[in-house]
Design a protein around this ligand. Structure first.
Ligand code: ADP
Ligand code: GLC
Length: 487
């Protein structure tokens, strides 16, 4: 596999890629995984990324080349699209603009019909972009509902198209409940007809993610535990029966983090670098943050931190419910997040009620996120479900010990102090109740006071390998398997 002809060609399609467009972990994954795959496969792989040319990317104004315009078929004729090329972490990255993906749109409108229109059009246009480039992908690696219709299109609208005859598909599920429901009108406009997969429930026949799942040659989700969970009624979002029946084409691969970007020893956002061997800088970062946010500057008060989308998924209701009854205990909380109005309002109220101990920063702020990971003692992540979760891995790398619910990737990436104190990297609890969280937080806070035990926990967490290395190897094997299925 050396000549350019023999390279495996992968088109990696995503709605987000950090730092150009990032709402959550999908942005981190799309920015890091293709580069990690090149690290693994070297010249045997030609992987290219394609993103919608969101307004946010335009504002950041990356260095671009204009490649040209092309037409995309739809029910009423054609719509036009334009393609630009740039480099993101050394990966060839295409930015696709079109009248239907809407030149100046936000990453997500938050309106199902508008998002449906943007991403249904993007999904078809990205296939036409490959044709325009005369670059036949061996594998389309689609991510979440936003690009799932490209997978479905390969098996329907493009089934007879000789250009895509050899293209196989991988559907990555980062978050099953977000399935693109509301895209029916846009899909019909583009010429899609309802899916005829008999194992899919009726509601799924014009819904992007289930159609991508059913059409894909391989389904990957972002942790082994979440792969098991989505085969159950509680987590399967109505697709558990389908996923259980087709478990042979489903695998869970734990995400990694970009360990160069998230490195306490060389992080330009944090004032005092530190390492597992010398955590003095961490103490200084904590003091600096306490000062900056007008909290009592005291190393002995455990500093609880949150960096998250404020979404029902993340379980912050449990944390907010628990605060009034535990307000007398010594702790401080700094929360950085944006999201649902009701959770933002509760976070703001709590800061008003307990100004000495709670700071709610309701915004997206990359620099502050780094400072919180670095300064925090405890990282609170009571997720009701968590396909993988990157924040807890970042936190551990900065010696910020997670207190999290035992679900999905949290269960796969955190070694629980209650089960294996010697190797532990955090605290896990199972109950979906404020009491469950409080009991786990209480033992974490007690342990925080035992200096030696805490130092060991920090050392374990900071020395864990959360890099993409082994996961990229798994993806590379899967790519080769999918390709060989064809031959
Ligand atoms: P999800 O993808 O469900 O949002 P993850 O844990 O996989 O959760 O990834 C979240 C990513 O988004 C992390 O990189 C985290 O640091 C970042 N993040 C979340 N909220 C914010 C915020 N308000 N400001 C800066 N970064 C944030
Ligand atoms: C999703 C999930 C999160 C995961 C991320 C990246 O947004 O909520 O658990 O880490 O995707 O795969």
């Amino acid at each position: 596999m050396n000549g350019a002809q023999d390279k495996l060609k992968v088109l990696f399609a995503s709605a987000e890629a950090a730092p150009w467009a990032k709402v959550g972990g999908l942005g981190d994954v799309a920015a890091a995984l293709p580069a990690a795959l090149i690290g693994t496969a070297g010249s045997a792989l030609d992987i290219r990324l394609i993103l919608p040319f969101h307004a946010e990317i335009k504002r950041k104004n990356p260095t671009l080349g204009y490649l040209g315009a092309f037409s995309v078929p739809n029910q009423t004729g054609v719509f036009s699209a334009e393609l630009y090329v740039a480099s993101l972490h050394g990966i060839t990255t295409y930015l696709l603009d079109s009248e239907l993906t809407n030149h100046n749109s936000p990453v997500y409108y938050g309106d199902p019909a508008l998002d449906g229109r943007k991403y249904a059009a993007f999904s078809v246009a990205l296939l036409e972009a490959a044709r325009f480039l005369d670059w036949q992908p061996d594998i389309l690696h689609a991510n979440d509902w936003h690009t799932a219709l490209a997978v479905y299109a390969l098996k329907t609208l493009y089934q007879q198209d000789s250009f895509f005859k050899e293209t196989r598909s991988l559907m990555a599920i980062h978050n099953l409940p977000f399935n693109g429901y509301g895209s029916e009108f846009a899909m019909t406009e583009l010429g899609f007809t309802p899916g005829t997969y008999e194992d899919l429930p009726d509601w799924a026949r014009l819904t992007p993610l289930p159609l991508g799942i059913a059409a894909a040659d391989q389904i990957v989700t972002v942790s082994p535990q979440y792969a098991r969970e989505i085969q159950t009624r509680d987590f399967g979002c109505g697709l558990h029966e389908y996923l259980e029946k087709h478990h042979n084409k489903l695998i869970g691969i734990l995400n990694g983090i970009d360990t160069r970007l998230w490195d306490p020893a060389a992080d330009p956002y944090i004032p005092f670098p530190f390492t597992a061997a010398d955590t003095n800088g961490k103490t200084l970062n904590k003091a600096a943050l306490q000062r900056e946010l007008h909290l009592e500057e005291n190393p002995d008060i455990p500093l609880l931190t949150v960096v998250s989308r404020l979404d029902h998924q993340k379980g912050f209701g449990l944390l907010f419910d628990a605060i009034p009854d535990n307000a007398r205990k010594p702790w401080q909380l700094v929360l950085l997040g944006t999201g649902s109005q009701d959770l933002e309002a509760r976070a703001e109220d709590l800061m008003r009620q307990y100004p000495q101990k709670i700071v709610s920063l309701l915004r997206y702020d990359e620099a502050m996120a780094h400072k919180l990971y670095a300064a925090g003692d405890l990282f609170v992540m009571p997720s009701l479900y968590e396909p993988c979760g990157l924040s807890q891995m970042i936190a551990m790398r900065y010696g910020n010990i997670p207190v999290a619910r035992a679900t999905g990737g949290l269960q796969d990436s955190i070694i629980n102090y209650h089960k294996a104190p010697d190797e532990a990297t955090g605290f896990l609890f199972t109950e979906k109740t404020p009491e469950g969280l409080v009991s786990s937080l209480n033992s974490a806070i007690l342990t925080f006071q035992e200096k030696e035990t805490w130092a060991k926990l920090m050392n374990n967490a900071m020395n864990k390998d959360f890099s993409w290395k082994s996961s990229a190897q798994n993806y590379w094997s899967i790519y080769q398997e999918i390709k060989s299925k064809r031959e």
